[in-house]
Write a protein that binds this ligand. Structure first.
Ligand code: BLA
Length: 244
């Protein structure tokens, strides 16, 4: 269902950047579920380059039951650019949830004008993909912008609308990165380091995928996957108290 999205991202990345593989902890690169009736597989990829310190994406393929494409791109710490976040989910072909955003590290006016306002034109073109749905797991005011794509939709819209919207957002993101001024003051860089780490902590604690991962791959693997790969800068010690 989302394979063309993964392929597009890969082609773009390899075309535009001098990528190096970034290691994924042993055992977390892929997994196969032996639990349910249909086999479920998860596979992940991770790269880095001079401008982007962590580029990760994962694909869950459980046939008709579930297809998920999830990705986060973290710019190098000397850029205060938002993170590029993608979460496309399809369950039993009927329930399709798509989320894509430039996930802001800061919320002040100057930041928003610089990095979020440029999304507006694209977002306005794809109104049907921006449904103002209520968030149950996350807080829409933390690490989400007001121009995120967030929709419950169907497979036709995924092909005809989401795919072009996805390409446009990604292209805007590359443009922003190309025009970004590297930070030089250590305190500015440290502020980005902290904001990206806080994003990982927040995301690891809220991630709605924990249940999904656990049901396929067990809770031990899930916890490792969340804290050692997806959001590796989060500290798992905080979790036991945060999660229930
Ligand atoms: C929702 N994301 C979800 C849900 C799941 C995942 C299972 C709940 C769907 C439901 O309502 O039943 C799945 N999340 C994953 C998977 C991974 C993951 C498989 O991290 C990792 C492989 N989520 C992100 C990113 C964004 C994001 C980068 O990981 C930003 C674009 C957004 N996911 C997001 C949002 C929701 C969601 C906003 C709705 C949650 C809510 O209602 O609060």
């Amino acid at each position: 269902m989302f394979a063309p999205f993964k392929e597009y991202l890969e082609e773009e990345l390899f075309k535009r950047f001098d990528l190096r593989s970034r290691s994924i902890p042993a055992g977390l690169e892929s997994n196969i579920s032996i639990r349910g009736k249909n086999p479920a597989t998860i596979q992940s990829w991770c790269y880095q380059c001079q401008q982007l310190r962590k580029i990760r994406y994962s694909y869950i393929d459980a046939g008709e039951t579930a297809q998920v494409f999830n990705s986060v791109i973290y710019p190098a710490h000397h850029y205060d650019l938002p993170l590029l976040g993608v979460d496309f989910l399809s369950f039993g072909k009927k329930k399709i949830l798509v989320v894509m955003d430039f996930q802001p590290l800061f919320r002040d006016r100057a930041y928003t004008d610089k990095y979020i306002e440029p999304m507006r034109e694209i977002r306005d073109k794809y109104n049907e993909l921006a449904q103002n749905l209520e968030m149950k797991f996350y807080d829409a005011n933390q690490y989400f912008s007001k121009y995120l794509l967030f929709a419950k939709t169907d497979s036709e819209t995924v092909v005809n609308r989401l795919f072009p919207a996805y390409q446009e957002y990604i292209n805007l993101y590359w443009q922003m990165l190309a025009n970004a001024e590297p930070l030089t003051r250590p305190e500015d860089i440290q502020r980005v380091v902290k904001a990206q780490k806080d994003y990982d902590q927040y995301s690891a604690e809220r991630d709605p995928a924990h249940g999904l991962f656990s049901s396929y791959f067990g809770s031990e693997w899930s916890e490792k996957f969340l804290y050692e790969f997806l959001f590796e800068d989060a500290s798992p010690l905080a979790v036991t108290s945060a999660r229930k």
